[in-house]
Write a protein that binds this ligand. Structure first.
Ligand SMILES: [Zn+2]
Length: 444
């Protein structure tokens, strides 16, 4: 909901939006995500308590949740007064794999041209430096699209704080930092337990350290048994399958895999080795965090272990958007009481390419594309509504359009397409590089 000057107000229920639109007090500002302009309101006259934006960055998809923490006035003593309500959820689907494929294809064309029937050219790919913070284009895209989505949502919602899942596990809390923590509480079911477990899974490759079995429940095992002076610190913990854990019992690690000296050496090595940087630090997440922190909104970074802990204790199903809603601290027993039942799925589609020719499989130009991108008022990627009165594709459709110079454009509809003359189309929203659809939220 936007005020008369276009500043965001608190979001409202769809029923209220319908009433405002029907009564002429508001007009549609944007189709997807749906936003209305209230013509007789300003932010100053309204109560705007602000919302939080929570982000769970992933490799294929990123979950973004808009939520509102409500503090109730009167509750029984001992009960938490704060409840978290999910207001809006977006699942952003990245196209990193597609970008990677295109880059590889381009590299292959260039490689061929170097060795084709030409004079010798020295390879030039190794003599260039990369700027600080450079990321491969497929990863750069993840950071950029997530950032731009946050900025868009900040234009539609009165966002007052950002919460980002930045790391998989909080190494500081695990006692891996300079100041070591003794007696790590690694019991399952506590926040530290989740963190410790996630760290150990990553460090020991999700497999039993003694027999290498994976895909079965793993237990946390003391490398040097407690009875022989082994500590509870995370550096003394490993993962073992039930059989190995029982077989090892209270024996020291030197005696247990006695018949396998190489395995023992590997365990001892792994214990001493710090976690590989690549596993501990996800470059895209850090870069995203750096950029979000620069916006100027209060931002907080959290760990994946905490998200998982929150989601599990709140009894939520696994999905990107519910994960996003569970990011951050649930202080004082805050409960998540509501989440949107419909999620907006935005797939990064790109905005087409500048190249006006299509190459064949050898890289030679074969197909010449039109110079113009717009045909009969529509461009590929526009969101349109079609009402077709008769013919093979008679019916009503809403979707992304792919234009043709002939004027019979193609609309992507769930499970297929429809070819529609331009005169039956109505523009809902100009293409913005994303394809929109919805899905129901995952139920537990
Ligand atoms: Zn085992």
């Amino acid at each position: 909901m936007l005020d008369r000057h276009g500043c965001p107000l608190m979001p409202c229920h769809p029923a209220r939006a319908r009433k405002l639109l029907a009564g002429g007090r508001a007009v549609v500002a944007r189709h997807t995500p749906f936003a209305i302009h209230v013509k007789d309101r300003t932010v100053g006259e309204s109560e705007v308590s602000g919302v939080a934006l929570r982000i769970d960055p992933g490799s294929r998809g990123t979950g973004i949740a808009v939520n509102h923490d409500v503090v109730a006035g009167d509750v029984d003593p001992g009960e938490s007064s704060t409840t978290r309500r999910g207001l809006y959820a977006v699942e952003l689907c990245h196209r990193g794999a597609q970008i990677r494929r295109s880059m590889e294809q381009r590299a292959a064309y260039r490689r061929r041209r170097r060795s084709a029937n030409r004079r010798y050219r020295a390879p030039r790919f190794a003599n260039r430096t990369r700027p600080r913070g450079w990321l491969p284009p497929s990863l750069r895209h993840r950071v950029d699209t997530t950032f731009s989505h946050v900025m868009r949502l900040a234009n539609l919602f009165p966002v007052t704080e950002l919460h980002v899942e930045k790391v998989s596990f909080d190494t500081h809390a695990l006692g891996l930092g300079k100041e070591s923590l003794n007696g790590v509480e690694y019991q399952q079911g506590t926040l530290a337990g989740f963190e410790a477990r996630q760290y150990l899974l990553e460090k020991w490759g999700r497999a039993c350290a003694y027999c290498g079995a994976s895909g079965l429940p793993l237990q946390i095992d003391h490398i040097q048994p407690k009875g022989r002076g082994g500590s509870d610190r995370i550096s003394n913990l490993t993962l073992a399958c039930a059989a190995c854990n029982q077989a090892k019992a209270a024996r020291p690690v030197e005696e247990f895999p006695a018949e396998q000296p190489t395995r023992l050496a590997r365990i001892v090595n792994q214990t001493k080795a710090p976690l590989r940087d690549a596993a501990a630090v996800n470059a895209t997440r850090w870069q995203l965090w750096d950029e979000l922190a620069r916006i100027g909104l209060p931002a907080a970074a959290w760990s994946g272990g905490r998200t998982k802990y929150n989601r599990t204790t709140q009894g939520l199903a696994k999905s990107h958007t519910l994960d996003a809603l569970a990011v951050g601290e649930l202080d004082g027993g805050t409960r998540i009481v509501r989440y949107p039942h419909t999620v907006l799925v935005t797939a990064a589609t790109g905005r087409g390419c500048y190249a006006r020719t299509r190459p064949d499989k050898f890289g030679f130009p074969r197909l010449r594309l039109p110079r113009r991108k717009q045909h009969f008022g529509f461009a590929t990627g526009d969101l349109v509504r079609a009402v077709v009165p008769r013919g093979k594709f008679a019916g009503k459709y809403t979707g992304r359009v792919a234009v043709r110079a002939s004027g019979t454009h193609r609309i992507a509809v769930p499970g297929g397409y429809a070819d529609v003359r331009h005169k039956y189309l109505r523009l809902l929203q100009r293409g913005d590089g994303y394809g929109y659809s919805t899905r129901g939220e995952t139920r537990s």
